[in-house]
Design a protein around this ligand. Structure first.
Ligand SMILES: [Zn+2]
Ligand SMILES: [Zn+2]
Length: 124
């Protein structure tokens, strides 16, 4: 599907609803930042792979009912690229390594993991 435009979609909050695998009685909600559908899709896929949660839906926060969004939704847990540990950081430690057209989007639970990742991926 080619949308035929070079315009980057704006970064905005998305909301995801899911079941945890062991309990289908309760729906969980989280929010996360993404620029456009494809980035949101990536985030959701990574999340479902790493947690085995069952995704119900996800959409832009501005398209959600305001009664619902006023509740305050916790941020989606991230997973450390290096050690896979779950963390919930408002400002995750990012790699931000850039070379030519490539920019590394990896995120880490600690500076140690960032250093290890940096060494193995970008220096060695
Ligand atoms: Zn880590
Ligand atoms: Zn990196």
């Amino acid at each position: 599907m080619d949308q035929g435009s070079d315009v980057e979609p704006p970064e905005e909050y998305w909301v995801i609803a899911f079941f945890k695998s062991y309990s289908k009685n309760k729906t969980y909600y989280r929010q996360f930042m993404a620029a456009g559908f494809y980035e949101a899709f990536d985030t959701v896929m990574t999340f479902s792979e790493k947690t085995s949660c069952q995704i119900l839906w996800y959409k832009e926060k501005r398209k959600c009912d305001s009664k619902f969004t006023k509740l305050g939704i916790p941020l989606l847990e991230s997973f450390c690229t290096f050690c896979n540990k779950e963390f919930n950081n408002i400002e995750p430690i990012k790699c931000n390594y850039e070379k030519n057209d490539f920019s590394c989007k990896s995120e880490f639970c600690s500076l140690d993991c960032k250093q290890e990742h940096f060494y193995f991926k970008h220096i060695r």
